[in-house]
Every structure is written in C-alpha cells, then in structure tokens.
Design a protein around this ligand. Structure first.
Ligand SMILES: Nc1nc2c(ncn2[C@@H]2O[C@H](COP(=O)(O)OP(=O)(O)OP(=O)(O)O)[C@@H](O)[C@H]2O)c(=O)[nH]1
Ligand SMILES: Nc1nc2c(ncn2[C@@H]2O[C@H](COP(=O)(O)OP(=O)(O)OP(=O)(O)O)[C@@H](O)[C@H]2O)c(=O)[nH]1
Ligand SMILES: [Mg+2]
Ligand SMILES: [Mg+2]
Ligand SMILES: [Zn+2]
Ligand SMILES: [Zn+2]
Lengths: 211, 211
C-alpha cells in the first residue's frame, strides 16, 4: 500500500535524525488500559529534573494522558488522532517541529491503545515495547502476533493482580517466545514497584547504546 | 470511503434477513482481553441444549475462542482475519452460507479485540454491546467515544477485581453517559457470577422483542 510506503520513508528520515542527534526513541504499544501511561509516570518520577527527556502520547480523543504526564515537568505533547487508531510518522514529524532534537536524548512515545495497527506504522523508533497486563489472558501473543514479533521487549504489567486472575504466567511468556524467540520479558507492577528497577535498568542500557 | 459504503450495503441486507427470520443478532466489542469469550461461555452454560443459538468469533490468528465456545455444543465458527483488525459484513455473509438462518433465533458475534475499527463496520446486528473491564481505567468512554456512542449496552466486566484496582466506577459510568446519555450499563463478574442474571434478563428481553 502507498500509505505504508510513504510512512516508511518518513520514518527512515526520523530515524536518521534520532541517530545523528543521539536521541533514543521508544514506541510503547498495548491494548487500551494495559498501563502505558502509568509506567511512564513511574519512570518520569525516577528521573532527575535535568533529564533531557520528552514525551508524545497519542489518543483518538482527550488530552488526559498528556495532562497526567505533564505534572513531572518534562515537555509533553498530546497527539489527538480523531478517528485514526495508530500514530504515524507524519504525526511525529509535525510534533517534533515544536522541539529542538539537539536538546533531547530520550523521546518516549505512547501510541494509541491498539494491539493491531500500531505495529505496521514505523515512527523511526529504536525499539517497540509491547505492554501486556496479566488481566488480558495468556493467549494475546498468539492472537496478535505482529506486535510481539516486532517488539524488542514485552513488559508484563499489573503483576500485583496475579493472585486474583486465572492467568498462566509461564504460558503467556512461552506464547510470546513462540512468536518471537528473542523477545526480552520484564514483569512489573506500577502499584507495588516490583520489577520497576529491571525496566529502568533496561532503559539505561539502551540510552547508553546511543550516547 | 467506498469500502464503508459497500459494507453498509451488505450489512443492510444481513439486517433484513435477520429480521425476516426473527434472528436476534448481537455484536460484542471490546479491547483485547476484556472478557468477551468468558461472558459468552457463561451465557451458553445457562442455555438449554435445544436453544437455537449460533456463534461467530473473529481474531487475527488462532481458533482459540471458537474452541473454547464449541464445548457447549452449539454451532460455532471462527473467522480468522489475518491482519484485518475488525469483522466486516462480507465475512459474516460468507460464514452464514454454512448455516440455515431459519434454524436460528440468536446469533452472537464476538468481534476482534479492538475498541476502534469495529465501531465503523456494521454487521447487520440489532445491537452492539461494548465490554469494558474494571482493569482498563475509567477514561475509556472519553478516549474511544465512537463505540460507546454506538452501543446499546456497556457491560462492565471483572467487578471481582474492584478491590485491587484504583478505579472510580461511578466516574466510568458517568463518562459513558456523557458520550451516550441513554446507554444501559450492566456490571458483572464471570468469576463470581455477580450480575450475570441481569445480563441474561437483558438478553431474554431482546430476544422477546424479535420473536
Ligand atoms: N493493580 C494495578 N493497576 C494498574 C497498574 N498499572 C496501571 N494500572 C491501572 O490500569 C488502568 C489503566 O492504566 P493506564 O496507565 O491509564 O493505561 P494506558 O495503557 O495508558 O491506557 P490508554 O492510554 O487508554 O491505552 C488504570 O486504572 C491504572 O490505575 C498496576 O501495576 N497494578
Ligand atoms: N478476575 C476475573 N477475570 C476474568 C473475568 N472474565 C474474564 N476474565 C479473564 O480475563 C482474561 C481474558 O478473558 P477473555 O474472555 O479471553 O477475553 P476476550 O475479550 O474474549 O479476549 P480477546 O478475544 O482476545 O479479545 C482471561 O484470563 C479470563 O480468565 C472475570 O469476571 N473476573
Ligand atoms: Mg495512556
Ligand atoms: Mg475472546
Ligand atoms: Zn488502525
Ligand atoms: Zn481496523
């Protein structure tokens, strides 16, 4: 399709700019309500005030997520997509006109809540991160394989709820590895803080790789 | 768009056939993992063996949901959509070639897990039903308004998890009523059985209206 082709061109340009300016760009993807914004809140809460991080967050309607993230003092922009169920390269390009990439070294993008389309639209990111909560069932990696194949990391969220759901956690991880043998898996809870250190360490390692 | 126009034509024909044959057709929509299949399992479990019900369930990959539903002994077909993140009229039309509508009086359709696209594709259903679990956050009706506007009923699922999530349930309901003032709201748990009677009563009332 011509649309994806054009998007790929824009994404390629963005990726070049990120690499030239040593900006690590990450694209967080999940179903609605899996915990993307909450994980970003906890992450920003651990950063020093002088961190050169900025955030873009996409939703069909509302500025809710940007408002939640803005309280931490870092630059945030909401991208309201109207009826489009994914972010695309053009939206990122337009949003970045307002910022100086040279002043950043981390760009976190929260995509629209959708396990399907966002996996087809490259945003120039260094890595896709898929979040899957323990309340959604272990079969999602098999049912929505594309995003699990394309993600470097699967973050299993809300593990504090494990005692209350009939989830087979090992099965969930095995299913992810079946569609993407090399995928890294991090288990965490933003409520208890369990596993947040593993996520922050992963983030730090990736930032080091582009410095 | 021409695609939606053509879909609308097919959906209109399907709706006519459902009405002529007195078949109640319902279209269940939610984010991935909100509990559609589980609710259908509990529903089928309450039916007599001679109920004239059939089910269609859509997913990008796997026959998992059809397998789960098939154990109750009613006709079930899985529609594997490949990369399409919603069911459309053509897929329903094709699936129905295998069945005699005259032999049915209830057709339950479980859509692909996605809060966006399925709201634009009419399947000829008498009503859309949107499921939203208590683990997804109270803001979903505001963020994904279209499906809440178009649904007759919002089923709030997994209420057994309320003590463990920081959800404002009244806020969730108020948000749904803000985008769709007349929406009916049913709260239930498939784990404890709470509220299942309200859902079954709603279903019975709707079936009566097409008999
Ligand atoms: N119990 C528990 N609840 C959590 C956790 N993380 C997030 N939540 C809850 O999950 C719901 C959704 O969280 P969000 O962070 O808004 O999810 P999201 O992925 O950003 O949602 P969208 O942007 O709408 O796609 C909220 O009610 C959160 O309080 C967790 O670790 N444990
Ligand atoms: N605690 C609790 N868990 C539930 C309830 N209903 C469903 N679940 C769990 O939620 C997960 C997803 O349930 P499914 O019924 O497969 O969800 P679905 O909407 O059909 O998912 P997709 O078809 O993949 O979109 C499973 O792990 C279920 O066990 C409930 O009432 N309470
Ligand atoms: Mg969010
Ligand atoms: Mg299902
Ligand atoms: Zn899309
Ligand atoms: Zn779609």
């Amino acid at each position: 399709k011509k649309v994806l082709h054009e998007n790929q061109r824009i994404a390629g340009e963005l990726r070049k700019r990120f690499e030239e300016q040593h900006v690590l760009c990450l694209n967080l993807i999940s179903a609605p309500g899996s915990g993307k914004t909450t994980l970003l809140e906890k992450t920003l809460n651990c950063f020093q005030k002088n961190e050169k991080v900025a955030l873009l967050t996409g939703d069909l309607q509302t500025e809710n997520d940007a408002r939640r993230l803005a309280v931490y003092g870092f630059p945030v922009q909401q991208i309201v997509t109207g009826s489009v169920c994914h972010l695309d390269g053009k939206m990122i390009e337009r949003a970045l006109e307002k910022w100086e990439l040279a002043a950043l070294d981390l760009l976190l993008i929260e995509n629209v809540g959708n396990l399907v389309c966002p996996s087809s639209y490259d945003l120039g990111e260094a890595a896709k991160i898929v979040l899957l909560s323990v309340t959604e069932g272990e079969d999602k990696p098999l049912k929505y394989p594309s995003i699990f194949v394309k993600s470097d990391v699967m973050v299993i969220t809300k593990i504090d709820l494990l005692p209350y759901v009939s989830l087979n956690l090992e099965r969930m991880k095995a299913n992810a590895r079946q569609v993407h043998p090399g995928i890294e898996i991090i288990e965490l809870s933003c409520k208890t803080g369990d596993g947040l250190d593993v996520w922050l360490a992963w983030l730090e390692r990736r930032r080091d790789s582009v410095r």
